[in-house]
Design a protein around this ligand. Structure first.
Ligand code: HEM
Length: 179
């Protein structure tokens, strides 16, 4: 198999990669930014629903026990930032860091992904206040998809890094991961 163009796109450069792929426009950013106050209003209920689910299921509860109050705060900040309207390098660096926090605690990637219905419900409540719900829905779906892409990329980055260290180079590691 030949090397792929995407293999050379790393770390913060994935912002340009994803923005180009998804076509996140200035208009999308403006719409999202205009809903920040509504996002602040919807964030507490999101945090309640999110940790209510994680706390009653033993395989997820063991990660959050004792930290729920703090995590409700960090989740709310994360959600409000989806509506910051400014998605530059600092945003991506922050999102990569958040992804890596989940890698470091040994959390299977399926669990963050399995929480998206709750995030989408909260997003729907924010969008309901928009003057243009159709465009706001599209913009919200894009920014959420971008975040999920970054989160899952941090998992792959970590696996690739460790495998590359073991086998001596990244190219060989990538080939091994395709088997
Ligand atoms: C959509 C999914 C999720 C989002 C957006 C999210 C967001 C966040 C954020 C913003 C932080 C703070 C990171 C920091 O600044 O240090 C965090 C930390 C954390 N998250 Fe999540 N999270 C998600 C899913 C989960 C799930 C499913 C679990 C557990 C089952 C979990 C467990 C934790 C734990 C334990 C920490 C604290 C880690 C530490 O400080 O060592 N997260 N999360």
């Amino acid at each position: 198999m030949e090397d792929r163009k995407s293999w050379a796109i790393k770390d913060e450069t994935i912002l340009d990669d994803l923005v180009q792929l998804m076509g996140l426009t200035a208009h999308d950013k403006e719409i999202l930014g205009s809903l920040k106050e509504q996002a602040k209003a919807a964030a507490p209920q999101l945090a309640e629903d999110f940790y209510a689910r994680l706390s009653v299921y033993p395989p997820t509860a063991e990660y959050v026990e004792g930290s729920v109050d703090r995590l409700k705060g960090t989740l709310q900040r994360w959600f409000i930032e989806l509506f910051s309207g400014d998605y530059g390098q600092d945003y991506i660096t922050g999102r990569l860091r958040i992804g890596h926090v989940h890698v470091r605690i040994g959390l299977p990637v399926r669990y963050p992904l399995a929480m998206l219905d709750i995030v989408m419900k909260a997003g729907g409540e924010v969008i309901a206040h928009s003057a243009n719900p159709g465009e706001a829905t599209q913009a919200f779906h894009k920014i959420l998809a971008l975040d999920i892409a970054i989160l899952t990329q941090t998992y792959e980055n970590s696996q690739l890094k460790h495998l590359a260290e073991m086998v001596g180079n990244e190219r060989l590691a990538r080939r091994m991961l395709t088997r």
